[in-house]
Design a binder for this molecule. Structure first.
Ligand SMILES: [Ca+2]
Length: 108
C-alpha cells in the first residue's frame, strides 16, 4: 500500500511538471483581466484567438519577443516586446489602447 501511494505521488508530480513545462513553452499567455487574472489563452502564435479575440488585458511572455496585432491574421497596428504587461491599457500608450484589442500574435 505504501508503494502504491508513492507511485501515485510520482505520477501526480510528473503531470504537474509537464503542465508547468507546457505553460512555459507558450510564447505568450494572455489574461482577460489586469494583473494576470481571469481566463487565459496561451500559444506560440495565433492568427485568430477565437472567443478570446479582443479580450486580453494583461500578458506574460516568459522572455520571448512577441508581436501582437490589433486585427486577425497579423493585420492592423502591431506592437512587439519581450516584457510582461500587467495592464496593457496603461503600459502601451500609442495607437490607442491595447486593452481588449489584441486579435492575433506571433513569436518574433
Ligand atoms: Ca482587435
Amino acid at each position: 500500500m505504501k508503494k502504491l501511494t508513492r507511485a501515485a505521488t510520482v505520477v501526480a508530480l510528473s503531470a504537474a511538471a509537464l503542465f508547468a513545462a507546457s505553460q512555459e513553452a507558450n510564447a505568450s499567455i494572455m489574461y482577460e483581466n489586469n494583473n494576470y487574472g481571469g481566463g487565459s489563452y496561451g500559444a506560440d502564435n495565433s492568427t485568430w484567438m477565437g472567443s478570446f479575440d479582443n479580450k486580453t488585458s494583461s500578458v506574460k511572455n516568459f522572455g520571448y519577443y512577441v508581436t501582437w496585432w490589433q486585427d486577425v491574421n497579423y493585420g492592423g497596428a502591431g506592437f512587439g516586446s519581450a516584457n510582461d504587461y500587467s495592464a496593457l491599457g496603461w503600459y502601451v500608450p500609442f495607437l490607442g489602447s491595447w486593452n481588449d484589442n489584441i486579435s492575433s500574435f506571433h513569436r518574433g
